[in-house]
Design a protein around this ligand. Structure first.
Ligand SMILES: [Cu+2]
Length: 596
């Protein structure tokens, strides 16, 4: 039963109110002793004019590994040499690292638009978004993440970090738990769930299919593969401002099915449009607000969920991207704090164009959705689509358009309605987030059949099979209610407690988690550690794009979603939370523990 709103009222802890106060002071706001919600979210300042399509879309190729780490990475944290006191890495001998990376979380200079001066942001390797990792199943990696943010930094956010790789199947100590935050500055201390402070942390990413223990003799179950992941800060109480200030990036995972090679002779390979940074393009979509001088603006008192009024793709306001006449794979990520999107491809007169929808939450669907016309994304959701530009003449301009109306963090109000254009065609306006310019023929390459072609990629009729839902594995059903109680965000009437699990699950079992939203709010609920499957949404089977494996379950007002989910291979502390990051910070999150 849901507790009544008057009983068992959650209270903001003194420490939390001090942290909010400290962040606010640093950002130039008056410090508050007690956290009180503002009556209404303020309109963001308008900021300078930023004409659309002036900047090229930034595209990244893969971040390069280093030959070795010094000092060497160890299973037990190397506290004597500056590593923070995490739990020892679980099962490293099952997945010995084959590649090593260093990631430096630091200040950098970034310009959001050609007409704006560069300003200081926080970025992984100092860039926004952070570098793109390209990883493969069967190639475990260690990422050494140095916190080089200035500990006396001004402005919003908190220069202590805990980096979560959403939604890699990995051990708790590498998952970026909210209480595992660290800083190189000994005066800053450490999160409650670390044993010692430190300036860096080694994350062990096994890049193994979930269910390793059951499938180990065959190398794992490729039906469990993940594809489009992203990493972002998860610092307790400060995740929203830290991500907004720039701490987000992509991590892509390939295997022999989604091999990242459109000329792969392996018969199992899908040969989707390939080449990260060439024909395989991650799109990081985020709304920001700028103050009158063009600096990034954030309102820490907006407890509904902060919305911006400028739209960035890969860190640039409304960029353009020149494409060749062939197929491209785009990996769309809603990296906004609170904004939902309904995205369309349109021509210059606003008429919808079709594309192929191949993956939701980074996971390939069993079959592509052909002739798709829209993608709905909630914060942290992902969708992979394939657009075939070969059908358009050179000189064509196409647009990625958002048509969802949202004026506060409560959630979207609904899509814009149709209007007829001068030619009588049904169109709708909306915000053009970026422009595709069909600029050239694609170069001829020798295909697998020996003939030359301008596009050797394909989208097969079947993509990746789904693992079975086996109800006999279910040992428990739990109910989690997401609600606003006394102006704070709660799960089952409680605020997040970093030290206390409210659910303990047994490793190697499955459960049904019933997620219920209350009030007039939207909550995109994210469960760490494993993908789940939506059994029912409001008692009915999920729509086509939600039939696959998910890690974000959107709850519209008063919705109920039943999720089948397994907990395999690892133990320790994990989180489930609302991915409206303001709701998460204050403090719509639970800790759940997986025990052997
Ligand atoms: Cu929420």
């Amino acid at each position: 039963m849901m507790p009544t709103k008057s009983a068992d009222s959650p209270k903001i802890s003194r420490r939390m109110s001090l942290q909010i106060g400290a962040a606010s002071t640093a950002a130039g706001f008056i410090a508050v002793k007690e956290f009180t919600a503002p009556a209404e979210a303020k309109d963001p300042p308008r900021g300078p004019t930023t004409p659309a399509f002036m900047d090229p879309l930034p595209v990244y190729t893969a971040k390069q590994p280093v030959g070795s780490l010094s000092p060497e990475s160890t299973e037990i944290p190397n506290v004597g040499n500056g590593e923070c006191g995490r739990e020892p890495h679980q099962r490293r001998s099952n997945w010995p690292a084959q590649k090593f990376y260093t990631l430096r979380t630091r200040e950098g200079w970034h310009s959001f638009h050609k007409q704006l001066a560069a300003q200081k942001i926080w970025g992984y390797d100092g860039i926004l978004p952070g570098p793109t990792f390209v990883a493969r199943y069967g190639e475990p990696v260690i990422v050494r993440n140095y916190n080089e943010l200035p500990s006396n930094s001004f402005g919003f956010g908190s220069p202590e970090i805990s980096t979560h790789l959403h939604n890699l199947h990995c051990a708790s100590e590498s998952d970026g738990y909210a209480g595992d935050w660290y800083s190189a500055d000994p005066l800053k201390g450490k999160g409650d769930t670390l044993t010692a402070p430190g300036g860096y942390k080694d994350h062990h990413y096994p890049n193994c299919y979930a269910g390793y223990d059951a499938y180990e003799p065959t190398g794992g179950d490729p039906r469990e593969a993940l594809g489009t992941l992203w990493y972002h800060d998860h610092r307790e109480h400060h995740t929203a401002p830290n991500c907004y200030r720039g701490l987000t990036g992509f991590y892509l995972l390939f295997d022999e099915i989604d091999s990242g090679n459109e000329l792969d002779p392996n018969p199992k390979a899908l040969r989707l449009p390939s080449g990260v940074g060439r024909y395989d393009i991650p799109l990081h979509i985020q709304d920001i607000a700028l103050d009158a001088s063009g600096y990034l603006f954030y309102d820490p008192f907006d407890n509904k969920g902060f919305l911006g009024n400028k739209f960035c793709v890969n860190g640039k306001i409304q960029p353009y991207f020149r494409v060749e006449k062939r197929k491209y794979r785009f990996r769309l990520l809603d990296a906004s704090l609170a904004r939902f999107y309904e995205l369309y491809m349109t021509d210059a007169s606003g008429v919808n164009q079709s594309f192929t929808y191949i993956a939701n939450d980074g996971n390939l669907l069993p079959e592509p959705i052909l002739n798709a016309q829209k993608v709905q994304l909630a914060p942290s959701e992902r969708a992979d689509i394939v657009i075939d530009f070969s059908q358009y003449p050179i000189g064509t301009q196409l647009f990625l358009v958002n048509r969802l109306v949202q004026t506060d963090g409560r959630g979207p109000e609904g899509p814009l309605t149709n209007v007829r254009n001068a030619s009588g065609l049904l169109t709708r306006a909306g915000t053009q987030l970026m422009r595709f310019e069909v600029t050239s023929e694609a170069p001829q390459v020798k295909g697998l059949d020996g003939n030359y072609t301008s596009d050797p990629s394909r989208v097969p009729a079947t993509l990746r099979e789904l693992p079975p839902i086996t109800m006999s594995e279910v040992v428990k059903t739990r109910t989690f209610e997401f609600d606003k109680v006394n102006e704070v965000w709660t799960v089952n009437g409680k605020l997040f407690d970093v030290t206390k699990a409210i659910a303990t699950v047994k490793r190697g079992t499955a459960e049904i988690w019933k997620l219920i939203g209350h009030g007039s709010w939207h909550h995109p609920v994210h469960i760490h550690m494993e993908e789940g499957r939506i059994l029912t949404r409001n008692g009915k089977p999920p729509p086509a794009h939600e039939i696959g494996r998910k890690d974000v379950y959107v709850l519209a007002p008063d919705e109920e979603v039943r999720v089948f989910i397994r907990f395999r291979d690892f133990t320790g502390k994990y989180m489930m939370h609302c991915h409206n990051l303001t709701h998460e910070d204050h403090a719509m999150m639970i800790r759940f523990d997986v025990e052997a």
